[in-house]
Design a protein around this ligand. Structure first.
Ligand SMILES: [Zn+2]
Length: 65
């Protein structure tokens, strides 16, 4: 049988995956992440990291006024 792999972020269909077993009473759906969302997630994480590289330095700037 085959199960459907969809993106957990956008719900986009990614691919069909062959799996063994009857899968009785289980939905043949597996969640993964598509290439677009994977890249988007990486960009967002990098952006957050760049915006707040060292929070302590920002505090020092406020004290200098
Ligand atoms: Zn996606």
């Amino acid at each position: 049988m085959y199960l459907k792999v969809i993106c957990a972020w956008c719900g986009k269909f990614i691919r069909m995956k062959e799996c063994k077993g009857s899968g009785v009473n289980t939905l043949p759906i597996s969640h993964s992440i598509c290439a677009a969302c994977s890249r988007k997630l990486e960009d967002e994480m990098e952006e957050v990291f760049q915006q707040n590289p060292k929070p302590t330095e920002e505090e020092e700037c406020h004290e200098r006024q």
